[in-house]
Design a protein around this ligand. Structure first.
Ligand SMILES: [Zn+2]
Length: 258
């Protein structure tokens, strides 16, 4: 890709990321997607320059222009993350732009699922089913073998279902169980398994770090205390695992086997 293409992809990623923020917020509050965004505290409608991704956050130093309430870091982070992943997948699937655009659709959905699970510790069914449907379309038109994709989805779903069922939902949520069906569709057996392995490895590392952090005497203000019963959302780890394998070809199985 030439440099001007990169710039266009980054700008598009920032704009879509900004839209995803609105989607996450309004999905939860049930507000419609139409109408102007406003400050969550004072309700002041945002003017045109406050709608510019990332830059407005920096210019306003993270505070509302009217009531000075802090604006969540989630907004610029989601915008930057979307732009970064858009560039990654454009590089990965270039020059097939139809594949690139389709992967952007899936990435956007995965970002919404991740942030939603982090904020609310639940993944809405409609988001999971949308992801699974897109993954199935991917398997039909872009995958190596539809049979392997379907088989992989079924195996992953069954394994997670067993974890969910026998732990009475304490080790695994049912949302995660439904989500990994699409992992099989999208990645197949070997790469899909690798993505799940990444999720468990990263989840274990972060879990141990969080446990260790709760033993510290001095903790940052508002730092949540963790213990073994604390519910840690798992979808973010699943999504990171999927992206590592899908966009960066970091297949953990190959690392262990060769
Ligand atoms: Zn305000």
């Amino acid at each position: 890709m030439i440099w001007s293409t990169y710039i266009l992809v980054i700008i598009l990623g920032l704009i879509i990321g900004s839209f995803l923020n609105v989607l996450i917020l309004r999905y939860h509050t049930g507000r419609s997607l139409g109408g102007r965004s406003g400050c969550l505290t004072c309700g002041q409608a945002l003017c045109w320059f406050e709608l510019i991704p990332v830059l407005s956050f920096i210019c306003l130093k993270g505070h509302c222009r009217t009531c000075r309430t802090k604006i969540s870091w989630q907004y610029p982070l989601v915008e930057l993350l979307t732009a970064g992943l858009f560039v990654f997948s454009a590089q990965h699937f270039f020059p097939s732009w139809s594949t690139v655009v389709f992967s952007w659709l899936i990435i956007s959905l995965l970002i919404v699922i991740t942030v939603y699970d982090l904020r609310h510790k639940v993944i809405p069914d409609s988001l999971v089913y949308s992801f699974n449907s897109l993954a199935l379309i991917w398997a039909i038109f872009l995958g190596d073998s539809l049979f392997v994709a379907l088989l992989a989805g079924l195996i992953f779903f069954s394994a997670f279902w067993a974890l969910w069922y026998f732990s009475h939902g304490t080790w695994m949520g049912f949302g995660d169980t439904k989500l990994v069906l699409g992992f099989g569709f999208l990645l197949g057996l070997s790469a899909g398994f690798s993505a799940l392995l990444w999720a468990f490895v990263l989840g274990a590392i972060v879990g141990l770090l969080l446990l260790a952090s709760s033993k510290l005497k001095k903790l940052p203000k508002n730092w949540p205390r963790f213990n073994l019963k604390t519910e840690v959302p798992f979808a973010p780890f699943l999504v990171i695992g999927l992206l590592l394998v899908w966009l960066a070809n970091l297949n953990l199985l190959n690392v262990f086997l060769f």
